[in-house]
Design a binder for this molecule. Structure first.
Ligand code: FUC
Length: 723
């Protein structure tokens, strides 16, 4: 008989990737997106910087175009939300194909495995197909129109600027360019290449006749740079955009696609997930219909698709050198978008980046840090000028954040005082997962230290000696007062991470001791009269209050002050609070993603899974699977991927916990390539709710405690990256 231990030793060497079933990775529909529901139905493509929303129309196809730096706004010293910058739409590409409305056999899809959207149909005996992808290496959006009959394409092309700039049509190239009120210069160029037939400029459009196929290439840019010293302005975009477009035009469409696939799949293929088989008749439904049923349960394939969609979206809107994902990722169709399509610092932008490390997309985290570094000088200035942050010495160290910010140093709405420390958690986590010491020393550490200094100057001492964050707000809930749990927990976390960072780097021994002593004096989490984790210092939590935010549970997730093993009473109290918050009323979209991660950390897989189903409901997820917080928000998409990672693997409490919150809905499955703190990559197979095989790899073999099927064992990792 093989003992359990022997089975695991075998597992370490005997893991076979052939055991992994191919996951369902396609979103598909039987009709075009409705123009009035573009944000909810169109399919997104993107290369981190340029984004397209493909509506898939027949006689009129429209692709909404975005460029991630097209923002209004300036430094906005008043902090007034009304005058803060807003993310804008670049414009749209319109393809007219007269008569094609009479098509049959329509199919529109987004294939996550290769990041290509496609539309196909039959019309007058001809099979038509259009493909759309956004290449990161070539920095262009590519649209390829093909048909199975020669000379089938007759129609016209338009390129529209959403700000009525200057339009130019020369030969086979359409260009628009202009400047926003803040003098941000922008430009887009479309080049149309036809095979067979003819193509010519006419009245500002390109008309084509009898073409066998067409390739459309779009390049776009602005003169924005993430550099305060340059007042956020660099080279005018014209030469760069022209160069990018000409370079792309010199390649064949096949070569562009091959370059795109190679680049994209390097990231996407790091993780595969199989949560079990969905019955064929359900799996064969178009995504919008399938989603309605999936919200009632029984569709593990769609749940795995939702997980991978979050990864797809992050890869498509957040790449080194690009701006980070905003409230709508990269995809916006309004010049007056809700909440300015901004960076919201009290949960939303953080949630955008929750999956970056555990879902093995570490480099997609970098744009967030780049933006943060580029805004620091403006934020310091605003903080120094603010009445709220005056100190007795007259000196203000560090920076604070208002709830909302843009990309020109502008902030708006109320101060979210501890958002500075929450951003620091991301800096720390990037190190914790990658073990990149150079990054820790050069980028993360100075900002962590500066933020500690800010809080050293601003914590208030109570008569009993405890330290509290003065006059703060549990986001969007309750009064502004001293010592709200959200703020206390975030500062605890900042201090813990700073101490670890300075120990790792062997720097600032005395200052480390100072911060450690402040951490000890922080007013800590309290259990209230109903056994709940208090949201405020006063025990006034209302069990009938189903607010969407779960700010006082930060310490459970994404923080690490409370966990089942080391602080069981507090974990129990957190559970009570979470139960009381419930899943009705005000709770929606991103709230369910956060609740998934929280229940996972509290090791309740069934309730965690229920949150995924709530998120899939029509009220919270659109037909294109974007999070629905009108018109849409992308935080829920990213957050659910992170929450599902927590159900499968946890590494925040000094060990790797395999399948810590596996629901009965996923009795058998496999995951490959999840990332854990300590730079470990983990593959797991399971059956009947139990781990059957696992593999742990790291660039440098190391020993790690692994919790598996209720036992903790010390395991030596194999040498290697993602398998
Ligand atoms: C926070 C949330 C809202 C919304 C907004 C963009 O303020 O409370 O629900 O997501 O961000």
């Amino acid at each position: 008989m093989i003992t359990r231990t022997k089975l695991f030793l075998f597992a370490l060497t005997g893991f076979s990737s052939a055991a992994l079933a191919a996951a369902d990775l396609t979103l598909w529909y039987e009709h075009p997106a409705k123009p009035e529901a573009c944000m909810n139905e169109a399919l997104p493509v993107g290369n981190g910087r340029i984004g397209g929303l493909v509506l898939g129309g027949l006689s009129t196809e429209r692709v909404v175009l975005n460029e991630d730096s097209l923002w209004t706004g300036d430094e906005n010293p008043s902090g007034n939300y009304e005058t803060m910058g807003a993310y804008q739409v670049l414009g749209d590409l319109v393809i007219h194909l007269p008569g094609h409305d009479a098509a049959t056999g329509y199919h529109r899809e987004l294939e996550l495995a290769d990041a290509v959207a496609a539309v196909s149909y039959q019309f007058e005996g001809v099979h038509y197909r259009r493909e759309y992808f956004c290449s990161q290496p070539a920095q262009v959006l590519v649209v390829r129109l093909t048909a199975d009959k020669l000379g089938a394409y007759t129609g016209s092309l338009e390129l529209n600027d959403s700000h009525q700039g200057k339009l130019l049509a020369v030969k086979n190239r359409l260009t628009f360019s202009g400047a926003l009120d803040n003098q941000l210069q922008y430009e887009a160029q479309l080049l149309a290449l036809n095979e067979g037939g003819s193509l010519q400029e006419s009245g500002g459009k390109l008309e084509f006749k009898g073409c066998n196929s067409l390739t459309l290439l779009l390049a776009a840019g602005t003169d924005y740079v993430m550099d305060y010293a340059k007042k956020y302005r660099g080279e005018p975009p014209h030469a760069r955009v022209t160069r990018q477009l000409d370079a792309a035009a010199a390649k064949s469409c096949d070569a562009l696609k091959a370059g795109h696939l190679k680049d994209y799949q390097l990231l996407f293929n790091r993780v595969s997930l199989d949560l079990g088989q969905t019955p064929t008749e359900r799996a064969g439904q178009p995504t919008d219909k399938r989603k309605v049923e999936a919200a009632k349960g029984g569709d593990p394939g769609l749940e795995a698709l939702l997980f991978q969609y979050g990864r797809y979206l992050l890869i498509s809107c957040s790449r080194p050198g690009s701006l980070p994902a905003n409230l709508q990722g990269l995809w916006n169709d309004s010049n007056n978008p809700p909440w300015h399509c901004d960076y919201h610092a009290n949960i939303n932008v953080q949630m955008n980046y929750w999956p970056a490390e555990p879902a093995n997309l570490s480099e997609c985290h970098l744009p967030f840090f780049d933006l943060l570094c580029s805004q620091l000088e403006s934020w310091r200035k605003a903080t120094q000028a603010a009445r709220e942050f005056r100190t007795p010495s007259g000196k203000t160290r560090g920076f604070a954040l208002r709830t909302s910010h843009g990309i020109h140093g502008d902030m708006g709405w109320k101060w979210d005082k501890t958002a500075n420390a929450w951003y620091c958690l991301h800096l720390w986590e990037h190190y914790a997962f990658t073990s990149d010491r150079h990054y820790l020393e050069k980028v993360a550490y100075p900002i962590l230290k500066e933020t500690c200094q800010f809080w050293q100057d601003h914590l208030k001492e109570l008569p009993d000696g405890r330290l509290v964050v003065p006059m703060a707000w549990s986001p969007e809930h309750g009064p502004t007062e001293d010592g709200v749990s959200y703020s206390q927990q975030i500062i605890w976390d900042l201090f813990a991470n700073y101490v670890e960072a300075s120990e790792t780097l062997k720097l600032d021994k005395d200052y480390r001791a100072r911060i450690a002593s402040l951490q000890e004096k922080l007013a800590g989490p309290k259990i209230g009269k109903r056994g709940q984790l208090q949201e405020w210092m006063t025990d006034r939590d209302d069990p009938n209050d189903h607010h969407r935010h779960t700010s006082h549970l930060f310490a459970v997730y994404p923080g690490r002050q409370i966990n089942i093993a080391q602080t069981p009473e507090l974990a129990e109290a957190a559970k009570k609070s979470l139960e009381a918050r419930g899943d009705t009323g005000d709770v929606r979209e991103w709230s369910f993603a956060w609740r998934t991660a929280l229940w996972a950390r509290l090791r309740d897989g069934e309730t965690a899974h229920r949150q995924i189903l709530h998120l899939l409901a029509d009220r919270n997820t659109c037909p294109n699977l974007f999070g629905l917080h009108p018109p849409m928000q992308m935080d829920g998409n990213f957050g659910i991927t992170a929450g599902m990672c927590e159900m499968l693997l946890q590494s925040h409490a000094g060990e790797l916990a395999l399948l810590p919150a596996l629901p009965s809905a996923w009795p058998a499955g496999s995951v490959k390539g999840l990332h854990a703190r300590g730079n470990f990559t983990v593959d797991i197979n399971w059956k009947d709710g139990k781990v059957t095989q696992y593999r742990i790899a790291s660039p440098q073999p190391g020993t790690v405690d692994v919790r598996v099927n209720g036992e903790v064992k010390s395991v030596k990792s194999q040498r290697g990256e993602a398998s």
